[in-house]
Design a protein around this ligand. Sequence first.
Ligand SMILES: NC(=O)c1ccc[n+]([C@@H]2O[C@H](COP(=O)([O-])OP(=O)(O)OC[C@H]3O[C@@H](n4cnc5c(N)ncnc54)[C@H](O)[C@@H]3O)[C@@H](O)[C@H]2O)c1
Ligand SMILES: [Zn+2]
Length: 349
Amino acid sequence: MNKTDVLHVNSDTCYDIIMENGFQGLGEHVRNVLVCAHSVLIVSDEKVYGLYGDEVKKTLTECGFEVKTHIAEALCESKKTQSTVTEIYKSAIDANLTRHDAILALGGGIVGDVAGFAAATFMRGVNFVQVPTTLVAQTDSSVGGKCGINFDGVKNLIGSFYNPALVYISPHVLCSLPQRERCAGMGEVIKYGCIRDASLFSDLASGDFDISDVILRCLRIKRAVTEKDSHDLGLRHILNFGHTVGHALEEYTSGEILHGEGVAYGMYAMALAGERLKITAQGTAKSIKDLCEKHGLKTDYTKYFGFEKYISRDKKRTADGIKAVFLTEIGSAVIREISVAELTGLLYG
Ligand SMILES: NC(=O)c1ccc[n+]([C@@H]2O[C@H](COP(=O)([O-])OP(=O)(O)OC[C@H]3O[C@@H](n4cnc5c(N)ncnc54)[C@H](O)[C@@H]3O)[C@@H](O)[C@H]2O)c1
Ligand SMILES: [Zn+2]
């Protein structure tokens, strides 16, 4: 019998995160939450759909759904745009989707973010199901309702908060994930250890962990934080530890650096900055660097000299500067407002 883990999320809307190995049970779980739905539009990319599309389509069809597909070519950051969302709208129209029906994202964080934005806006909102297939998406992006697109060279500038009706996670799909993507995913996982769970951080350092267990531990943190602050007005900022620098590096390199890789550079940078400000316990940056390197992630951001000019375009900017996330120590984060100039000075010591 397949083991099922369920995390119930009690946010602006309530939904379950179901973790099972394999897609056999997916259709039934979708049917349980979308009792009146007739059609499901699967949004995916060619690679992921080629690997898992048949299984997903089969389980949905067996549960009485008419299944339509929108399969994009490889979706990278430069394709996380309005025109990609527009193509999804066209497929939704071709599929005669009604507001009772659903868009199902099958893929990584990019598929989830664009499909979620399409679901949030098509007919003022159709049901949305997340079936994340990368470590980033399974531990982070599929939960919490943030969706959107890049615009004018700024990451996630246009978007919405739109909760899924269901998140279905099958860790078995991680076996086909390219090594570089898996390492990038560890960037987000290490982030959770840094901000909220020192024991997760040390388990990752020991190398003795089960990936399904790690995913659940990350999701429990994401759930706890987003339940308290679903619209990112305060506490939720801590989930952005490392992201101000990470996003700037992603933009500076036009997506050459993957999201999770950017987060790794950013966590090290912010730990160093925090030590220089005497907010962060000495030695924290070194621990983060060692753990990132153990999981195949680089941390020497100074080789991208010049990236810092992209920090001033960060969405977390306020009139006085930026809401920066620092650690006091591993497992504990604080938010401090700081000017971009001061942060830049700290990054270069
Ligand atoms: N909404 C949020 O809260 C949130 C949180 C974190 C990240 N994000 C966003 O997520 C995006 C990054 O997502 P990502 O890291 O998942 O990358 P991604 O979506 O680019 O996917 C990575 C690549 O892996 C391939 N792939 C996916 N699953 C696979 C599998 N099981 N086997 C083989 N190949 C597979 C995809 O085809 C793709 O080429 C960024 O745009 C980031 O801004 C959003
Ligand atoms: Zn992230």
